[in-house]
Design a protein around this ligand. Structure first.
Ligand code: ARG
Length: 458
């Protein structure tokens, strides 16, 4: 049963009807539709459109439908060609309570229904995303805490730059995940707004008390303009951006970890639970878990771009193009949630190799900046110190030595004020622990951040 047809004399083309339907994907909004319809029925009763008995019958039928309608029923409905989840609930209601069910749509439009259902649905999804990110963060922090004294090379341009704590490196991702969660909180403010009572475009004729409806549905606020209420999809675009932001982070993290598992780095070993083998090369252990996270990021960002292109150039108010918001949204939410969970699994199934990390810190002159800082203590302006240390590095490379292997006389041939204490400055461990300003990689700072995260995440 379609929700329209009075002005039509010919049935729709079968191929077109299939093209037009959305039940095959908007069935995900089934529960939200039941919740919203129930609240609407109660409000219609208060407006005098339904009497108390009719209200009770509709509410009971909707509740029953919500409980008994199962996956098989849904598949059959899709096959039967039911247009969308809104038509489905109404037609099932009519099956249960007869003509009375046809009263539910009084003053209501699918344009406001779909906007309302999406928002109800998203409120739960956003909550789940946040929970998943927090759970991942806890796992990452556990990895950091287990190896607080591990020191690794920090990279810029993928070239060894300066030694840092492994924990400090891991915490850099926590900072980003915390921002992602803030973004989700902020998004929630705009999702938690109720459009119901807006009609198709111009408002509700029955003078519904939308504030009461809002309270009943547990929304934080109501929309203030019926045109905007029925056609705004900013909140969907924003949700997909939030998913993209999480995914971009996961993707970069995955890329790092893929590199770190490669023999060329060897900083971590991936557990069997999150790796796969090669069908041909028996020795292989591949980081498929991480590669898929990186791979799915393209798809999630693509979904965001697709919806922005759909919205661009739409005339105001509802247009059927907006039906295209859902498949990408549902996909982005699922992929993002899955990827967060897989990343958590990876962190629960990896073994860091602090000895390999530390050994790498001794190759590549990672303490050169420290030497320049030392010369600054000896009153040389930093720019000159930088230049001079550059020359010392070239000299050391020619000698096949590390900076700390140069003799005092060799140092003094570059700068006479160098003393024996230079060697303590060149020590990798000391380089790290001198970065004591807030946000630095010194142990004191890393411990402070650890304590802060534990508090924030508890
Ligand atoms: N299935 C539609 C969607 O997802 C529901 C709204 C349809 N409204 C309409 N007037 N055709 O956007």
């Amino acid at each position: 049963m379609a929700l329209w047809g009075g002005r039509f004399s010919e049935a729709g083309d079968q191929f077109f009807l299939k093209f037009n339907q959305s039940l095959s994907f908007d069935y995900k909004l089934f529960k939200s539709e039941i919740v919203a319809s129930t609240a609407y029925a109660k409000e219609l009763a208060k407006a005098g459109i339904l009497n108390a008995d009719e209200e009770a019958r509709i509410v009971a039928a909707l509740e029953g439908l919500g409980q008994k309608f199962n996956h098989d029923d849904m598949m059959t409905a899709i096959e039967r060609g039911v247009e969308d989840v809104h038509s489905l609930v109404e037609s099932e209601l009519v099956k249960m309570v007869g003509d009375l069910g046809r009263k539910l749509h009084s003053g209501r439009s699918r344009n406001e229904q779909v906007a309302t259902d999406l928002r109800i649905f998203l409120k739960e999804e956003i909550f789940n995303l946040k929970e998943a990110v927090t759970s991942l963060e806890r796992q990452v922090i556990q990895q950091a805490e287990a190896n607080l004294d591990a020191i690794m090379p920090g990279y810029t341009h993928l070239q060894r730059a300066q030694p840092i704590r492994w924990a400090h490196y891991l915490f850099s991702w926590i900072e980003g995940f915390e921002r992602d969660k803030e973004r989700l909180d902020d998004l929630m403010k705009r999702v938690d707004v109720m459009p119901l009572g807006s009609g198709a475009i111009s408002g509700n004729v029955w003078g519904l008390d939308r504030e009461r409806l809002r309270a009943d549905l547990g929304f934080g606020a109501i929309t203030r303009n019926s045109l905007d209420a029925t056609s705004d999809r900013d909140f969907v675009v924003e949700t997909m951006f939030c998913c993209s932001s999480v995914m971009l982070r996961l993707s970069r993290l995955a890329e790092d970890l893929i590199l770190y598992t490669a023999k060329e780095f060897g900083f971590i070993e991936l557990g069997d639970k999150v790796a796969t083998g090669s069908s041909l090369m028996p020795q292989k252990k591949n980081p498929d878990s991480l590669e898929l996270i990186r791979g799915k990021t393209g798809r999630v960002v693509g979904n965001l771009t697709a919806l922005m292109m759909t919205v661009k150039g739409l005339p105001s108010c509802y247009n059927k193009d907006l039906q295209e918001d859902k498949e990408g949204l549902f996909d982005s939410l699922k992929q993002t949630l899955d990827c967060i969970q897989v990343m958590e699994l990876v962190f629960g199934n990896m073994t860091p190799k602090p000895e390999v990390m530390l050994a790498a810190c001794y190759q590549g002159y990672l303490n050169a900046t420290e030497l320049a800082d030392y010369l600054v203590i000896k009153k040389l302006p930093f720019r000159h110190a930088h230049e001079l240390v550059g020359k010392m590095v070239v000299f050391a490379i020619q000698q096949g030595k590390k900076l700390e292997d140069l003799s005092l006389a060799e140092f003094q041939s570059f700068f006479p004020d160098v003393e024996n204490d230079v060697y303590t400055y060149l020590d990798v461990q000391k380089c790290v622990d001198r970065k004591t300003a807030v946000g630095g990689t010194a142990k004191s700072q890393v411990l402070a951040q650890l304590a802060r995260y534990k508090k924030v995440l508890s």
